[in-house]
Ligand binder design. Structure first.
Ligand code: RIB
Length: 314
C-alpha cells in the first residue's frame, strides 16, 4: 500500500493526567496515585497516529507562544508532520487537557481550549492548499465548528475524503448542522453517537442510532464501542467487527489512534472495511500504554496485531 496524504485540522492540549482509583463525586476529595504530563489534544493525537501509520501528514491549528507550544512544535518535527499552517498565537496560551484515569482504565476529561478556540475559517482558507492536496481530511470538534465547516467545504470541492470524529459531542446536536452532507465517514463513540442522534445518554441500540446518523449526515458511519468492537454501517450494510482481546491500562487516546489509522489506510487507497480493521487494531494497541501521544501505535505494530489474529493485511 503506498503512502497517502492526511491533513488534520485540530486541537493541541497539554494533558495533565491524574490517576486515581475512581473519580470523586461532587464535594468529595479522592487521593490520586500518579500525575504525568503528555502532549495531547484530539487533533494532535490523530496527526501522530496517522503519521505513525504511514501517512504523509500535515496539521492546521493554533498553539500559544509558551513552553507547551514549543514542545508541540518540536514534536511535530520529530514525527515529520508538516506544520507550515500551525499558527503561534501571541495572545492566548496553549490548550490544556485534564484527563482523570481510573484504575479500570476508563477516563473522563476536562479541556480548556485556549488558543484552539481561536482557529478561524480564515485560518483554514489560508491553509486550503494543505486540504486540497490531501487524500483525507480528519476533523474533530475541539475547534470552533465554523473552522471545521470551512475545511469540509474546501475538501468537498477538491474530492478529499472527510472523516469527522464528532468529539466532544456538542451539547446541542444542531451545532453541527453545517457539516451535514459534507462528511464521508462519521466516527463517534456510542456516547457521541447518541448525543448527535438526540437520544441523550448512550443508547444501547447502536443499529438504530447509526442508521439515524447515516440518514442525517449522508455518509458512512462507524461507531467505536470499546471492548464491544466497532459497528460499521456503509453501502454494503451493517457489520460488528469484534474488539481485540487486550489488557486495558489507559483508554485516553484510543479513539484518536482509531481515527488516525483509519485516515492513513483510507488515504492509501484501502477499502473502508479493511481500513476499519486496521483502525480497530490501532485502538486496541493504544489502550495498553499510558497517555495519548505515547500510545499511538506504529504501522508495524498494527500489522503485527492483525497478523496474530489471522486477519492478514499488507
Ligand atoms: O482523545 C484524547 C484527548 O482528548 C486527550 O489528549 C485530551 O487532550 C482531550 O483533548
Amino acid at each position: 500500500v503506498s503512502n497517502g496524504r492526511v491533513c488534520v485540522i485540530g486541537s493541541f492540549m497539554m494533558d495533565l493526567i491524574v490517576r486515581a482509583a475512581r473519580r470523586p463525586q461532587a464535594g468529595e476529595t479522592v487521593v490520586g496515585s500518579s500525575f504525568t504530563t503528555f502532549l495531547g489534544g484530539k487533533g494532535f493525537n490523530q496527526a501522530v497516529a496517522a503519521a505513525r501509520a504511514g501517512a504523509r501528514t500535515s496539521m492546521i491549528g493554533r498553539l500559544g507562544d509558551d513552553d507547551y507550544g514549543r514542545r508541540f512544535l518540536a514534536h511535530l518535527d520529530h514525527e515529520s508532520i508538516e506544520r507550515s499552517y500551525v499558527i503561534v498565537d501571541t495572545e492566548v496560551g496553549t490548550g490544556i487537557g485534564l484527563p482523570l484515569v481510573e484504575d479500570s482504565g476508563e477516563n473522563s476529561i476536562v479541556i480548556v481550549p485556549q488558543a484552539n478556540s481561536r482557529v478561524s475559517a480564515a485560518d483554514v482558507r489560508a491553509a486550503a492548499a494543505a486540504i486540497q492536496s490531501a487524500d483525507v481530511l480528519l476533523l474533530q470538534l475541539e475547534l470552533p465548528v465554523e473552522a471545521a465547516c470551512e475545511a469540509a467545504r474546501i475538501a468537498r470541492e477538491s474530492a478529499t475524503t472527510v472523516i469527522l470524529n464528532p468529539a466532544p459531542a456538542p451539547g446541542d446536536a444542531g451545532a453541527v448542522d453545517g457539516l451535514v452532507g459534507l462528511v464521508d465517514v462519521l466516527v463517534p463513540n456510542l456516547t457521541e453517537a447518541s448525543q448527535l442522534a438526540r437520544r441523550g445518554a448512550a443508547d444501547p441500540d447502536v443499529a438504530r442510532t447509526a442508521t439515524d446518523l447515516r440518514d442525517r449526515f449522508g455518509g458512512i458511519v462507524t461507531v467505536t464501542l470499546g471492548s464491544a468492537g466497532v459497528y460499521v454501517l456503509d453501502g454494503d450494510g451493517a457489520q460488528l467487527i469484534p474488539a481485540h482481546n487486550v489488557p486495558v491500562v489507559d483508554t485516553v487516546g484510543a479513539g484518536d489512534a482509531y481515527c488516525g489509522a483509519l485516515g492513513a489506510w483510507l488515504a492509501a487507497g484501502a477499502s473502508l472495511r479493511h481500513a476499519v480493521r486496521c483502525a480497530n487494531a490501532a485502538g486496541a494497541l493504544a489502550v495498553g500504554t499510558p497517555g495519548a501521544e505515547p500510545a499511538m501505535p506504529t504501522r508495524a505494530a498494527i500489522l503485527s496485531l492483525l497478523d496474530g489474529d489471522a486477519l492478514r493485511v499488507t
